[in-house]
Design a protein around this ligand. Sequence first.
Ligand SMILES: [Zn+2]
Ligand SMILES: [Zn+2]
Length: 359
Amino acid sequence: MTWLKRILIAIAGFAVIALIGFNLFKPQIAERAFLRAIDQNAGVDRSADLPDGLHVYLCGTGSPMPDATRAGPCLGVLAGTKAFVFDVGSGGTRNLGSMGFPIARLDSIYLTHLHSDHIDGLGELLMMSWIGGGRSAPTPVRGPIGTAEVVNGFNAAYRLDSTYRVAHHGPEVANPSGFGGASEEITIAAGPGGQHVVLQDGDVKITAIRVDHAPIEPAFGYRIDYKDRSISISGDTIYQPRFVAASEGVDLMLHEALSKKMVQAIGAKLGERGLKNPEAIFEDILDYHTDPEEAAQAAQEAKADHLVYYHIVPQLPVKMLESVFLGESKKIFDGKITVGEDGMIFSLHAGSDKIKRSD
Ligand SMILES: [Zn+2]
Ligand SMILES: [Zn+2]
């Protein structure tokens, strides 16, 4: 037997012993890993060490279409010490939790419009904000006319659950007066400007912008300014010059995007198969969204630095499809383009012009 063979047999022997050892002690190893993980994560506010600035959490980049990798439309925004959520689609709250967004110190929720996929995670977020935050007053929910009806509906749906939690944890932990949402409806006077400052609090300024998502009326986009940094959020809209004007010079533009080419192809196939209703829906949704190329045009005209598609239709199950979705967008917009994915965080530090992405 050569020395090489002996070494190989010895290595194989060690590997077998290590494998047997690992299997024998698997529960102990797993438990140690678990204890280490909770030591590093449980109750730790991962947002506490973030530098001063704007931080955008992509908590939902999908649509109503089934997609295991993308929750419904949802954006978390930290502006200095203030925490906001803009729209909360299904699955958004769980993403916020796993991304370390400080739901416990959520300041308020803003809604762009009242389509179900933008609000169907609201009950869950209000529940987490109440119990996790030990709130003594309901969480403010601001949005267009109709927000009161939606918030009252969620409050009614969760009322019984709230009584169980008060009975179980006691009012010191689950203060009944902090349960649910408190709606505040935003109205923007008709006119060419079509915008209204809805919050001015220290260095944080939030402006609502009337966009065009007819027949959903009104529908808003938002611009958030903090110190020298800024972002804009389109909500659901067709290409809208008012949104472009209000987004002038933003660091980061977050725009919805529906690939008309891809949606048309799906609609045509549904039609071929005689599925009249789904075919009609795929036809109808073409007229109240923005194609990625049109969003690129909006970002170019607004002189934004970076464009992120954050509410994506249809699903893009493989990365390669992004090139079909983008079309000519990269030729239209000079700045950086990102096809948003759940879990991405964009950080805009105050006093800098950089945008840092972490996942
Ligand atoms: Zn919509
Ligand atoms: Zn939408």
